[in-house]
Design a protein around this ligand. Structure first.
Ligand SMILES: [Zn+2]
Length: 402
């Protein structure tokens, strides 16, 4: 077997930041407002449905990083320090039950109808097959005692005062817990049901991933996967796996994107790709589904790259990144050895996720020693295989002699 015909492919996984805002853009940018999604309209059920349909086309559960502050109907944020502009005076989301916030472009939508739509969104999310719900934040930013925006939510300045951004994060434990507790309280109050297991800091976390202080807290909230830009290597600590999230799909506030004009990724640029909710949406939500064939073509383009595999969900992506970044291929005695020892040093003894490999089509028949190999998917020029190892051993691929 030729070593160049085999790869441990990079997973291609979408996370989607900032899903959950009720209002996409406030009509003024006064420095006190959170960034939101940038789309100049209210978000509707079709915005969630479109993403779920796009995930289906890829065979991927898109990992939705949720902000839930707009869903706070009972004033939970009033007790969460630095979580909102009004502090203790916060009475709950202004976007629920206030007639003046109902989308002027949809005069038929009354506050009552709108609240019903939120319950419809909840029901949809609870059963959506290809859209995962994950922790992002409350209102994405944090505000000081004067109502001035300080920074992104999980990297506040150490003195909790707006102005000097050089003194930011990681936040103290009480702060992180208060914000995650409130997230869960809103989540449970509405009756969201999905397991929450992933996290990305709003606005990203600077160096906060480095000292281990956050993972000790995150694990108490069921978080198993944490992805951020600039994480240099796979880390497993406090039952949380951390991996790099290398890139953006485009401008964060861009909507009406033409998927045909998005790039074809490479082994170097693929991985966990951070997208932003409006990137999948149209200004007119009735058009949200128009580009589905183009999204399907987009995913097919990525999947046909030898060295990329479409990820099923955020767990698949983290596990495959562990192997991709820490296993080596080596030609030994006419076999290809996949040395997993470095990966095994990172994860606990009972970690047993499968490893996926890609093999160029036309390669002579081969078998696998050290694991159970099954064909996973066929692409234009290569075939993907799933290998479940028999424990912590290396894998050998060997040509079957006729
Ligand atoms: Zn965000």
């Amino acid at each position: 077997m030729n070593i160049n015909d085999i790869k441990i492919p990079v997973p291609f996984q979408f996370t989607m930041d900032d899903v959950g805002w009720i209002e996409g853009r406030v009509p003024y940018w006064d420095g006190f407002q959170p960034t939101r999604t940038g789309i100049p309209r209210r978000h509707v059920l079709k915005d969630y449905q479109a993403v779920n349909e796009i995930g289906k086309l890829a065979g991927m559960k898109i990992c939705g990083m949720f902000v839930l502050g707009d869903w706070d109907k009972s004033g939970i944020l009033a007790k969460v320090p630095y979580s909102n502009k009004l502090g203790k005076e916060w009475k709950g989301s202004p976007y629920i039950r206030e007639s003046n916030s109902v989308d002027k472009s949809h005069p038929e939508c009354t506050p009552e109808k709108f609240e019903q739509e939120l319950y419809d969104i909840r029901d949809f999310l609870n059963s959506a097959t290809n859209l995962e719900m994950a922790y992002h934040g409350l209102l994405h930013e944090c505000w000081d005692d004067n109502g001035e925006c300080m920074s992104a939510e999980f990297v506040p300045p150490t003195d909790f005062k707006a102005g000097d951004k050089s003194k930011r994060g990681p936040a103290p434990e009480w702060y992180v817990r208060a914000h995650l507790d409130a997230f869960l309280e809103i989540y449970n109050e509405w009756g969201f049901k999905k397991e929450l297991r992933a996290f990305t800091c709003p606005g990203h976390c600077l160096d906060a991933w480095k000292d281990g202080s956050y993972t000790k807290i995150l694990k108490d909230y069921g978080i198993k996967y944490w992805q951020e830009p600039y994480i240099t290597h796979t880390i497993y600590e406090n039952d949380v796996m951390l991996n790099n999230m290398p890139g953006w799909i485009g401008f964060w506030e861009a909507y009406d994107i033409n998927p045909d004009k998005l790039p074809t990724y490479t082994e170097e640029t693929a991985g966990i790709i951070c997208t932003h909710w409006p990137n999948f949406l149209r200004l007119d939500p009735d058009l949200n589904f128009e580009n589905l064939p183009k999204w399907e073509a987009f995913f097919n383009r990525q999947a046909d790259v030898f060295g990329i595999i479409i990820s099923e969900d955020i767990a698949f992506a983290h596990h495959q990144l562990l192997f991709r970044n820490n296993c080596t291929l080596e030609a030994v005695d006419g076999k290809i050895k996949i040395d997993c020892s470095k990966a095994d040093e990172i994860v606990p003894a009972d970690f047993d996720a499968p490893i996926y490999i890609s093999v160029k089509n036309g390669t002579a028949a081969f078998e696998c020693e050290g694991g159970v190999m099954t064909k996973y998917s066929e692409r234009k020029g290569h075939t993907n295989y799933k290998i479940q190892r028999n424990g912590k051993n290396d894998i050998y691929l060997k040509r079957i002699d006729k």
